[in-house]
Write a protein that binds this ligand. Structure first.
Ligand SMILES: NC(=O)c1ccc[n+]([C@@H]2O[C@H](COP(=O)([O-])OP(=O)(O)OC[C@H]3O[C@@H](n4cnc5c(N)ncnc54)[C@H](OP(=O)(O)O)[C@@H]3O)[C@@H](O)[C@H]2O)c1
Length: 305
C-alpha cells in the first residue's frame, strides 16, 4: 500500500516521503480501517511514540498521522462492537503505524461510528482537536457557565474547538494568537482577542481557566492570570517548558467513543464548525505538510476520493 513514512526525527515534516509499505494485519481487538481521510497534528513528529514502540524499540520507518475516517475492512480475533463495512472515525494508537496510509490497524475501542451524513474529510478533522478540547475543558478544566476562559491559539485546530465548546457551555471566551488570526478567532466565537505579537497578555486580568496550546513563555506568563481556584490546562511542548508551580494540568488526549459521539453530533447540529484548511491527496501530502506559505486550518489528506 502507499503510505507517508518518516525516518529522521531531526528532519521534521521535510523528512516525510511517499513509500510502499506492507498492509497491516489486525491483532486481537484491532480493526483494519480502509482509510478515506487522515489528519496529522503539528508537533506529532516530536512525540516519542512516533519513533519507538511501546517497549521503547526503534520502529522507523514509521507512518505518522493519528486521526482517521474510513471503513472497517477486517476484524482481529475477539474484536467486538464494530463490524466490517461500518463507517468509523477516531484515533490511531500513538506507538504504532498511523493513518497517512491506505490502511491502518487500530484498536476497536479507539473508534466510533461515523454517521452517514458526515463526510470523511470532516470526520478525520475531529478526533484529536475535538477530544483534546472536550477533555481539557470538561474533564480537566471543569468549566462552568459564567466563567472566563483564555484560549491560546484560538484559530488553530484545538483552539477553535475549545472556543466553540466553551461558548456553548456558557463561558466568556478570550482568544489569542497571531495578528492575522483575529478575525478567525472572533468568527469561531471568541468575545475578545489578544494579538500575542502586539498586545499585552497581562492586560487580560484574571481568568478562571487558561487553555494553553502554545507553552513556553506564553504558558509561563499565563499562569499568573489564573484566579484563585482556577485552572491552567496545558497540552503544548515538553513538560519542562510548562509552568512549574503545580498549577498546570498537563494531559495527553485519550480515545473516547462516547465523547467522539458528542462531538460529531454537534457538527451535525451545526453547533460545532470544523477548522479544515487545505485538503490534499496522499501523493501530494509531503508538499501539503511543507507549505511555502503559512497554512490556515487543519490539513486533511483525502486518501480515497
Ligand atoms: N497533549 C495532547 O494531547 C495534544 C493534543 C493535540 C495537540 N497537541 C499539541 O498542541 C499544539 C497545538 O495543536 P493544534 O492542532 O491546535 O495546532 P495548530 O492548528 O497549529 O494551532 C496552534 C495555533 O496557535 C498559534 N501559535 C502557535 N505559537 C504561537 C505564538 N508563539 N504566538 C501566537 N500564536 C501562536 C498557531 O499559529 P501558527 O500556525 O502561525 O504557528 C496556530 O494558530 C501542538 O503543539 C500539538 O502537538 C497536544
Amino acid at each position: 500500500m502507499k503510505a507517508i513514512v518518516v525516518k529522521d526525527e531531526a528532519a521534521g515534516t521535510a523528512g516525510m516521503t511517499l513509500a510502499e509499505r506492507p498492509e497491516p494485519n489486525p491483532a486481537p481487538n484491532d480493526v483494519v480501517v480502509e482509510v478515506h481521510a487522515s489528519g496529522f497534528t503539528p508537533g506529532e513528529l516530536t512525540w516519542p511514540g512516533t519513533w519507538t514502540d511501546r517497549l521503547g524499540r526503534d520502529r522507523t520507518p514509521s507512518i505518522p498521522g493519528h486521526e482517521v475516517a474510513g471503513v472497517v475492512r477486517a476484524l482481529g480475533y475477539g474484536t467486538a462492537g464494530l463490524s466490517v463495512g461500518l463507517r468509523v472515525f477516531g484515533l490511531a494508537d500513538w506507538t504504532r503505524d498511523g493513518t497517512l496510509a491506505e490502511y491502518v490497524a487500530v484498536e476497536a475501542r479507539n473508534l466510533a461510528p461515523l454517521p452517514g451524513d458526515v463526510d470523511f474529510t470532516v470526520g478525520a478533522s475531529l478526533p484529536i482537536s475535538g477530544l483534546t478540547a472536550w477533555q481539557g475543558l470538561f474533564v480537566h478544566g471543569r468549566v462552568q457557565a459564567g466563567q472566563s476562559v483564555l484560549v491560546h491559539g484560538a484559530a488553530g485546530g484545538v483552539g477553535s474547538m475549545v472556543v466553540q465548546l466553551a461558548r456553548e457551555a456558557g463561558a466568556y471566551v478570550i482568544g489569542t494568537g497571531r495578528a492575522a488570526d483575529r478575525q478567525a478567532a472572533l468568527d469561531f466565537g471568541a468575545q475578545e482577542f489578544v494579538d500575542l505579537q502586539n498586545d499585552s497578555l497581562e492586560d487580560v486580568g484574571g481568568v478562571d481557566l487558561v487553555f494553553d496550546v502554545i507553552g513556553g513563555d506564553v504558558g509561563k506568563r499565563s499562569a499568573v492570570l489564573v484566579r484563585a481556584g482556577g485552572t491552567l490546562v496545558s497540552i503544548a511542548g515538553p513538560p519542562e517548558a510548562r509552568p512549574a508551580d503545580g498549577l498546570a494540568i498537563d494531559f495527553v488526549v485519550e480515545a473516547d467513543r462516547a465523547q467522539l459521539g458528542e462531538i460529531v453530533q454537534r457538527v451535525r447540529d451545526e453547533r460545532l464548525r470544523t477548522n479544515i484548511g487545505n485538503v490534499s491527496t496522499l501523493d501530494d501530502a509531503v508538499a501539503a505538510f511543507n507549505p511555502a506559505e503559512r497554512a490556515k486550518g487543519k490539513t486533511i489528506i483525502r486518501v480515497r476520493p
